[in-house]
Unconditional design. Structure first.
Length: 367
């Protein structure tokens, strides 16, 4: 083409305009960071990186102030690297386990949230009240049976706090605390005492394996740690005799969690740390609690259905528990129904078999 001819000059002008327009469009609507590297102006190049990372508000402010602000090259380099890393970051998570354990890389490094279910059962009925919890630990003791009602209140509070995490949030160090209480709220004859309180602090490491197991299931969680559980009671009367009411044990545990859409399955195994025979309040506790637990949680249309089973295969003793959490009623509050059958609903009843049913309200469903 001869640029000296009028038609050639017009064509050249149109080509130049098209080139500048293409460059402007690449800057305004870049598809990747490659479109940004050829921009010479510092602020415009940075605005391009922000646009790729989806930070449109920052990009527009950066372009508008390009002529008035001069940014050091080191800052621009850091911003560009951050923009590049933002592009490859995982999108916000939709996984129940990821959300509960802060595995989203954009989540806060230090986190406090619910752990096990938080609830209050206004009424809980037992078909077999344990009126002699000191037996058989204190054989032949001349003890009167406790005056207990078959209906009481029960509540649980549980929370966890992440005290350290890796930059990608796949590793975390957590501290947790759970307290469960049985309250003889309707027993006015005995001043409405707390029948038992169980305290369980924990310290553990969490990891997100993110392994596809097939069939739509993914291995999402691995927790490994230590917990201590006790009812906080002294094991002696004032005169030094054993009262048979103290309960405690220490465990090392590992928990595995898998997920498929709205269904989460968990398997927990534990090892009881040994104690001396003179200090062991409940030497046969694993005969009733066993060495592990299987649990499940399913969410459907605002409802949550939960269940768990544990036991000792050698002794044939254990327990099952099922729960239903309704859709939200008032703010975060949900209706809650719990059914339990077997041994060890609480530590004071670890060797006592009963079936209970209770109803109340809950703040969280355990995930």
């Amino acid at each position: 083409m001869n640029a000296n001819k009028p038609g050639g000059r017009v064509a050249a002008i149109l080509l130049a305009a098209a080139g500048s327009t293409t460059a402007a469009l690449a800057q305004s609507f870049p598809s990747s960071t490659a479109d940004c590297r050829g921009i010479e102006a510092n602020m415009e190049r940075l605005a391009c990186y922000d646009a790729v990372a989806g930070r449109a508000d920052v990009a527009s402010r950066g372009t508008a102030g390009a002529s008035a602000v001069v940014t050091p090259a080191s800052t621009l380099s850091a911003e560009a690297k951050r923009a590049d890393s933002d592009v490859v970051a995982r999108p916000p998570t939709t996984s129940m386990i990821d959300a509960a354990w802060g595995f989203d890389p954009n989540s806060a490094p230090f986190d406090i949230g619910f752990y096990n279910a938080n609830y209050l059962l206004f009424g809980r009925y037992s078909d077999n009240v344990n009126k002699g919890p000191f037996l058989p630990l204190v054989q032949g003791a001349a003890r009167e049976q406790l005056d207990l009602n078959s209906t009481e209140a029960k509540f649980q509070i549980s929370f966890k706090a992440r005290v350290w995490t890796s930059d990608d949030r796949r590793w975390g160090l957590w501290a947790a605390y759970t307290q469960q209480s049985q309250w003889q709220l309707y027993n006015g004859d005995t001043s409405r005492p707390f029948r038992d309180n169980n305290y369980m602090p924990e310290l553990f490491v969490s990891y997100r394996p993110d392994v596809d197991l097939g069939g739509g299931f993914s291995w999402k969680l691995l927790n490994v740690g230590y917990n201590h559980q006790s009812n906080g009671r002294s094991d002696l009367f004032a005169d030094g005799r054993n009262n048979g009411l103290s309960r405690s044990w220490d465990r090392l545990f590992a928990e595995f969690g898998v997920e498929r859409e709205d269904l989460a399955l968990f398997a927990t195994v534990w090892y009881r740390l040994p104690e001396s025979s003179t200090k062991d309040d409940n030497p046969d506790i694993t005969d009733y609690y066993g060495h592990g637990k299987l649990s499940a949680l399913y969410r459907w249309r605002g409802n949550t259905f939960s269940g768990s089973v544990r036991g000792n295969l050698k002794t044939g003793k254990g327990a099952v528990e099922a729960g239903w959490f309704s859709p939200r009623l008032f703010g975060p509050l949900r209706g809650y129904v719990q059914v339990f059958s077997g041994y060890g609903e609480s530590l004071i009843d670890y060797n006592w078999n009963q079936t209970t049913i209770g109803a109340g309200a809950a703040l969280s469903d355990g995930l």
